[in-house]
Design a protein around this ligand. Structure first.
Ligand code: GLU
Length: 293
């Protein structure tokens, strides 16, 4: 199944307010989609109820609008797609790729990939009762894909990713499975932070197992603070709402390696930005310090 409409997307998790790092992903995905005259969708990755912060999804929408980032069509809520994920899980189980795993985090070697301990516990049907166990998927040894910013990626999946969890012990679909199914079904361009590169290999593996077409990928550098920590909703990164939008948009534009232009309004910024956008100018460096104002 090929997505009905070619589209890019921004897919924040509602775990807090947007910050400069989020703006980079929003801007790059927006410009890549709009410069190709494609739709730009907003997907809220709210599958992980326990981690979602009340009010965060609302505040994300308000911030995007405040920064002049308007999306096409209705918001896509992952929490509304349970059937889609279950269907994908059933197919993967039918194909003999899924096993149940009772290993606790503590019983596994710290900082290493999952050693395959429970690989023999293959599931044969989605209706098989599984009590207090996670479901993992057998990953390929290696995988290759193209990235518009990082170049061709040859990933040693066995050594760096391993057999990941696709359905959690608490019965929630994992981010990797949900994201793989949604991206392959709904969009054709995925532009996001390079911190997700390894997850991309696992997501492409899942798409291939499900015979779904993989989108084109571009992984932009991750913004770090002066201590070299990634800006995140959990770090003390300033929220976008506390910053001046036009100035912050221009800083993000510069961070993404794009050629500057004169502008006075947010509307005009986006008109010119989509016109001038060159993905080939985005630096490949995986981590870059946030520029000072
Ligand atoms: N929802 C995830 C996040 O906010 C990842 C989004 C993505 O795949 O772009 O980190």
């Amino acid at each position: 199944m090929i997505p009905d409409t070619p589209a890019g997307r921004f897919a924040p998790s509602p775990t807090g307010d947007l910050h400069f790092g989020s703006l980079l992903a929003a801007m790059a995905s927006y410009c890549e989609a709009r410069s190709k005259k494609l739709e730009w969708q907003l997907r809220i990755d709210d599958i992980d109820g326990p981690r979602s912060v009340p009010g965060a999804a609302d505040s994300i929408q308000k911030t995007l609008i405040h920064y002049g980032l308007t999306w096409d069509g209705p918001i896509r809520w992952q929490s509304a797609q349970h059937l889609r994920y279950r269907h994908a899980l059933a197919t993967l189980i039918d194909d003999g790729l899924v096993f149940s795993c009772s290993c606790s985090r503590r019983s596994l070697p710290p900082g290493k990939v999952y050693p395959g301990t429970c690989r023999h516990n293959r599931l044969t049907s989605i209706d098989e009762p599984v009590v207090d166990k996670a479901l993992r998927i057998v990953m390929p040894e290696t995988l290759e894909f193209d990235d518009a910013v990082q170049g061709t990626q040859r990933v040693d999946v066995a050594a760096t990713v391993g057999d990941i969890i696709i359905w959690r012990r608490d019965k929630l679909v994992s981010y990797t499975l949900a994201c793989a199914v949604d991206d392959a079904t709904d969009c054709t361009e995925v532009v996001r932070g390079a911190d997700l590169l390894q997850s991309t290999a696992a997501q492409i593996a899942i798409m291939r197992y499900l015979s779904l077409p993989a989108p084109r990928y571009a992984h932009i550098p991750v913004a770090v603070d002066k201590n070299d920590d990634k800006l995140s909703k959990h770090s003390k990164a300033a929220t976008l709402d506390s910053l001046d939008p036009l100035n912050t948009l221009q800083r993000a534009w510069h961070f993404l390696g794009q050629k500057g232009f004169e502008t006075r309004t947010i509307n005009d910024f986006w008109l010119q930005a989509t016109d001038h956008w060159q993905i080939s100018q985005v630096p490949a460096a995986l981590r870059m310090a946030e520029l000072q104002t």
